[in-house]
Ligand binder design. Structure first.
Ligand code: IP8
Length: 264
């Protein structure tokens, strides 16, 4: 059966989060190569990516997530323009790689089609539905317009994942590709005794360490919460190590792989 896959490349997977605007092109290439195989096998893919060091560092420095602050509004507005262009640049690395593997794509920057932040952002999701089957729609976490005086805010790729996975008809798989870990761990990955949870549901407590010094959206907690919401409407919701993209094909072909299956 042809799968309809919504996939997010985490910002920590495709960039070095601690080093300003450093893309991991090798990782991006290995995932895009895998996407080309998935499409050649008759499946369709909607691709979302996070910001990593192309978004969070400047957004944090100028407090973009909380909206405009009078005293620094000029610098903030400059930062909004800069982060949007940095995100377009990161997206360019992803689409250049898709192109090099012969994958056609269409880019939809949220700053153009979406407004407001969080799960109830406003925007016409039909653009993802109306793209022809062999063309991969690509979008990403971005700075978007916000009403009510805030002027701007940060829309996370995790919120895009939730809405697209649940509202586009017949999505079969919603996959979050992570950097450095095989899936959801019971303890932060750097702590002794940390182990992979092959299945996870929201009732199960996890110890997390969200690096809010770097991250202006919600880190693993936001991902876990959105994944859990998605799993109420989509059968196959997974956290997979993006450094092993062959696991995506294994999941599609064999129904399971190394990773965490999120249960509703
Ligand atoms: O990395 C954040 O998106 P995320 C977007 O998917 C920006 O949470 C611009 C920081």
């Amino acid at each position: 059966m042809a799968a309809k896959v919504v996939m997010k490349l985490g910002g920590g997977l495709i960039t070095d989060k601690s080093s300003f605007k450093t893309a991991k092109k090798g990782v991006i290439d290995s995932i895009c190569s895998e996407i080309s195989k998935i499409i050649a096998n008759g499946h369709s893919v909607i691709l979302i990516h996070g910001a990593g060091s192309f978004g969070h560092l400047l957004a944090k420095k100028w407090s973009l997530a909380a909206g405009v602050v009078d005293e620094i509004s000029e610098q903030q507005r400059d930062a909004v323009v800069k982060v949007r262009s940095d995100m377009a640049e990161l997206c360019g690395y992803v689409t250049d790689s898709l192109k090099s593997f012969g994958v056609e794509f269409a880019v939809f920057p949220p700053s153009v089609w979406a407004k407001e932040t969080g799960r109830s952002f406003i925007g016409d999701l039909d653009i993802f539905e109306n793209t022809p089957k062999d063309i991969v729609p690509v979008s990403f976490g971005d700075v978007v317009r916000v009403s009510g005086g805030a002027e701007f805010g940060i829309l996370s790729g995790d919120d895009l994942m939730a809405r697209i996975s649940l509202e586009i008809p017949s999505v079969t798989h919603s996959i979050f590709l992570l950097g450095d870990v095989d899936g959801m761990m019971n303890l932060p990955p750097n702590i002794d005794g940390s182990r992979l949870m092959p299945v996870w549901s929201a009732e199960e407590h996890i110890e997390t360490s969200h690096n809010s010094e770097q991250d202006v959206t919600g880190g693993i907690e936001l991902k876990a919460s959105r994944a859990s919401q998605i799993s109420r409407g989509v059968d196959e919701v997974w956290f997979i190590n993006g450094n092993h993209p062959e696991r995506i094909s294994q999941l599609l072909d064999e129904g399971s792989t190394i990773g965490t299956k999120i249960l509703g």
